[in-house]
Design a protein around this ligand. Structure first.
Ligand SMILES: [Fe+2]
Length: 252
């Protein structure tokens, strides 16, 4: 199974005058062209949040126009820049009636679970007891199926700038303790810190990725790669082992 992950696209309205607006749109457009041209085509694309910059409807209208050509199915989880209600209205994530934008994708050999770590007006991550209970139930429903989680805020530090990134640090500790009780979890994939990283976490492994938006990337040579969009490709074996590559997009 092949998963393409995009993150932190921070798209602005199509008529925005800000200098970063068009380069960000171009970064996403080129990533999509590249994904669509891969052989084999990824089974699924996940977006780990901060899809837009301001949360305005005009941002989302531009985003959906840019995403429209994407060939594989796309699943999105929100970031702190996203507007909870607009996001829910525009992307049918299957989160149903429950208050959070969590959902499970059972259509693939490896189970995918999207987690919602946002609270309106809060930049930091939030993962309250109610969210923990939802995840515990979701993981308990299929303890023998390899599972990948994805969410916006990494529940661990990513140096040097993403430190103590949860409103209540006890939230992230409780999340780690819960995941450690469910050994079918093979990877947690995150965004938010705009930087690529991989680490051991909660008895499994966790990764973050550089933002698709070039001007807010961290840990990337901004001169050499200024014109190079990038995203991640995760090849997942049947037992859930994940091999990740960072895909650099050449002119397209
Ligand atoms: Fe972001």
């Amino acid at each position: 199974m092949l998963i393409a992950q995009i993150s932190d696209t921070h798209i602005l309205a199509e008529d925005s005058d800000l200098p970063e607006a068009q380069p960000r749109a171009e970064d996403l457009r080129r990533c999509i062209v590249d994904i669509n041209g891969l052989d084999p085509l990824p089974d699924v694309v996940i977006h780990s949040g901060d899809t837009v910059q301001t949360g305005a409807i005009a941002d989302y209208n531009h985003l959906t126009a840019l995403l429209a050509p994407l060939r594989p199915p796309l699943y999105l989880t929100p970031g702190n820049r996203d507007h909870h209600d607009t996001f829910r209205a525009m992307f049918d994530n299957g989160s149903g009636e429950q208050p959070f934008l969590h959902f499970v994708i059972d259509d693939f050999p490896v189970r995918l679970i999207a987690l919602d770590s946002i609270d309106p007006g809060e930049r930091k991550g939030v993962f309250c007891a109610e969210r923990l209970a939802w995840l515990d139930e979701a993981l308990s429903a299929a303890p023998n199926r390899p599972t990948i989680l994805f969410m916006h805020h990494p529940p661990f530090d990513v140096g040097p700038r993403f430190i103590d990134g949860y409103r209540n640090l006890a939230d992230r500790d409780a999340l780690a303790a819960l995941v450690a009780r469910h050994p079918q979890v093979r990877r947690l994939m995150c965004g938010h810190c705009h930087r690529s990283s991989l680490r051991a976490w909660a008895g499994t492994e966790a990764s973050t990725m550089a933002s698709v938006a070039r001007d807010v990337r961290e840990g990337v040579d901004v001169v050499r790669f200024a014109e190079t969009p990038m995203y991640q490709l995760h090849a997942v074996s049947e037992d859930g082992a994940v091999t990740t590559q960072t895909r650099l997009v050449s002119d397209s």
